[in-house]
Design a protein. Structure first.
Length: 247
């Protein structure tokens, strides 16, 4: 079975899975730009967020590829977003820190996070695996009041490898002392999270909150649209042929 003697632990993505990263990012950036006098520079708030997320993704990919360190990708995001390529490190750091203050003020768990962690507390062990840094995610989980829910927390900046590389998922399993077949991974990205987990031998569960996956889901991946569905997936005998109703 996926539960019981099968799946013994759940590894969790953090941002946009248990934590409303996009909501906090949107609110924090809007407040930051208003304070910086830049709220009209990108047309509107939606356009500004789109540019910021595109810049973030591009420079995170550079970090994941080992082309820049964690602090460097933050500085490059600021330079790219503001159109100031010559901005010094100290100025870029200060700009990012001001943004982070607004972003942190908007932090919140998704409403279904605590209920599912409570529901699975007695039946499954829990860890977190994130494509971020330990200091960043440890502090976030502590501020949100859920750090103690996770036995282990592993992050790409310290691991030296990022999802969807199989090494990242297997490091999470090793930290739990379990085989990949005994661990499920839950994340909001089909490719980086669920498919990457499947390729590494874990059970990959795609949290599709936006309902994007109305078509076919890759074999082995389980699709849910909310965390309330997760206990049912973990209880299913899917490894031995029973199909998941959440695909």
């Amino acid at each position: 079975m996926l539960g019981g003697m099968g799946i013994r632990a759940v590894l969790w993505d953090i941002d946009d899975t248990i934590f409303d990263y996009t909501g906090a990012d949107r609110a924090g950036l809007a407040r930051h730009l208003a304070q910086e006098g830049l709220d009209g520079a990108y047309g509107d708030a939606a356009r500004a967020l789109g540019v910021w997320r595109e810049v973030t993704d591009r420079h995170w990919d550079r970090f994941a590829a080992g082309l820049v360190d964690f602090q460097g990708q933050r500085r490059d995001r600021v330079r790219d977003f503001t159109g100031r390529p010559a901005l010094g490190d100290a100025e870029a750091d200060a700009w990012f820190d001001r943004y982070v203050a607004h972003y942190r003020a908007a932090w919140a768990l998704f409403p279904d996070t605590l209920p599912v962690l409570d529901a699975l507390a007695a039946s499954h062990r829990h860890g977190a695996l994130s494509n971020s840094s330990y200091a960043n995610q440890d502090g976030k989980l502590r501020d949100l009041g859920v750090r103690e829910r996770f036995e282990v927390l592993l992050c790409a900046a310290e691991l030296g490898v990022s999802k969807p590389d199989a090494g990242a998922f297997r490091a999470g399993c090793d930290a739990l002392g379990l085989a990949p077949g005994e661990v499920a991974y839950v994340g909001d990205r089909l490719d980086i999270d669920a498919q990457g987990a499947c390729d590494a031998g874990l059970t990959g569960i795609w949290l599709d909150r936006e309902g994007l996956g109305t078509g076919a889901v890759p074999p082995g991946v389980h699709r849910i649209t909310g965390l309330a569905e997760l206990p049912g997936v973990l209880a299913m005998d899917t490894r031995f042929g029973a199909g998941s109703p959440f695909r």
